[in-house]
Design a protein around this ligand. Structure first.
Ligand SMILES: *Cc1c(COP(=O)(O)O)cnc(C)c1O
Length: 420
């Protein structure tokens, strides 16, 4: 069922069940393990586990590691994994073979491309971003600037002022495509074009885009991108991340984390660093094979699905969620902070509420798992491969009940863990 049909249908649980029945992506839910009684709206923070992971990891442990031992670097394809997985992820983000490599964490990969990007624009001093960018992105830029010991500067402008703030001092624009807190999405094509027109380069953080919606880095003429393996790619907690560098930039410099796996001939054991041809130079040291093995399962499921269908379902789910919350929770102080216009929204819906933290705690106790972000944001991520339309109905019903009965006032819902 399309969104327009959904709009004209009276919103009932039956109507949503009918949408599930005709959903072309519905069968994907069986490919994931979701615990009984859980309605999962936090795949934007940690994706669910694909059922193939357990058997695949078992095989990697017993056959590849156990029996193959060190031989498996050659015989089980371990050595090639970062590039091979990179080529798979490339297909999800509109990149070519040889433009993406899987390695390290998002933060570390950001450091690599920041350093490389600054070097490509040696006469400019400004890294431009927004104060609402994900903190690790801002921290990594601050760390690099401190290391450079130069007069580089991190300049922060609100999202709607970024375009106008790009000028002849801007070396790099560093943005997260979809904002982690609000779900608002930048216009990748327009900002990239504007940056290029002013002689600047752009780094796109795809943490909330890769696997969530169609991304076309080639179409946007992008320079650099990084992204996360454990969110919409369902790679598992702390899964390796990826880095994209447009082919035209690859030969021009090397990144500073010059580990041996990024060397042109790691097993020549030469004393002198010489970067690998192509994207391989963005590797540093030995990569986490077992973690990449799990990540590959997540990416493979994603590659089976049609990204256009994923996007359509995600937008429909979010629209329904917004409508239902308005109808059933309208008078309890929830304020939508996500754009209602789907064309500038990622795959999440967020609300602010002064009691956001205890409300989310109360929800999680019922099995509805979303998350909370400071200062007062309740976040609901939509992962069309394993969330159904009726899940949305049930979630809003539970949320309405918590707000109505003020269950969130109970003292146990005020306590904070290490991770929120
Ligand atoms: C989740 C996220 C990260 C995570 O970085 P790690 O190095 O994996 O901790 C980085 N940037 C953004 C925008 C994110 O949402």
């Amino acid at each position: 069922m399309t969104l327009t049909q959904a709009n004209t249908t009276a919103l009932t649980r039956e109507a949503l069940a009918a949408m599930d029945a005709s959903d072309p992506l519905a069968s994907f839910k069986e490919q994931f393990y979701i615990p009984q009684g859980v309605l999962y709206f936090d795949g934007n923070s940690l994706g669910a586990v694909p059922k193939t992971v357990e058997g695949r990891l078992q095989k990697a442990i017993t056959e590849e590691w156990g029996n193959g031992l060190v031989r498996s670097w050659n015989t089980a394809g371990w050595y090639e994994m970062p590039r091979r997985l990179g080529n798979k992820i490339a297909r999800l983000i509109g990149a070519d073979d040889g433009e993406v490599v899987v390695a390290d964490s998002t933060s570390v990969n950001l450091f690599k491309v920041l350093a490389a990007g600054v070097k490509l624009n040696p006469n400019r001093r400004v890294i431009l971003s927004e104060p609402d960018n994900f903190p690790t992105d801002l921290y990594m830029a601050q760390g690099l600037i401190q290391l450079l010991g130069s007069d580089h500067e991190l300049v922060l402008k609100p999202a709607n002022e970024i375009m106008g703030a790009i000028d002849e001092n801007t070396a790099l624009v560093m943005l997260t495509h979809v904002n982690y807190r609000t779900g608002a999405m930048h216009d990748m094509n327009a900002i990239t074009a504007q940056a290029h027109a002013k002689g600047a380069l752009v780094i796109w953080d795809l943490a909330h885009s890769a696997g969530a919606l169609p991304v076309d880095l080639t179409g946007a003429n992008a320079d650099f991108a990084i992204g996360c393996g454990y969110k919409y790619l369902n790679g598992g907690p702390g899964a390796p991340a990826f880095v994209y560098v447009a082919k035209r930039h690859q030969p021009n410099f090397s990144q500073p984390l010059a580990g041996w796996m990024g060397h042109n001939k790691p097993f020549a054991f030469d004393w002198k660093y010489e970067p690998a041809e192509g994207i391989g130079r963005y590797l540093a040291g030995t990569q986490a094979v077992l973690s990449m093995t799990a990540l590959e399962c997540g990416v493979d499921v994603m590659l089976e699905a049609d990204m256009v269908q994923i996007r359509e379902k995600s937008l429909t789910m979010a629209d329904l969620f917004i409508q239902l919350v308005e109808q059933r929770c309208g008078s309890f102080g929830l304020e939508l902070v996500t754009p209602t216009d789907g064309s500038i929204r990622g795959s999440q819906v967020s609300y602010s509420h002064p009691q956001g933290f205890p409300i989310m705690q109360a929800l999680v106790t019922t099995g509805v798992i979303g998350d909370y972000r400071e200062p007062n944001i309740l976040r609901f991520g939509f992962t069309p491969l394993y969330v159904s339309f009726t899940d949305i109905w049930d979630t809003v019903a539970i949320l309405a009940d918590i707000l109505q009965k003020r269950t969130w006032e109970r003292p146990e819902f005020q306590r904070r863990g290490n991770v929120t």
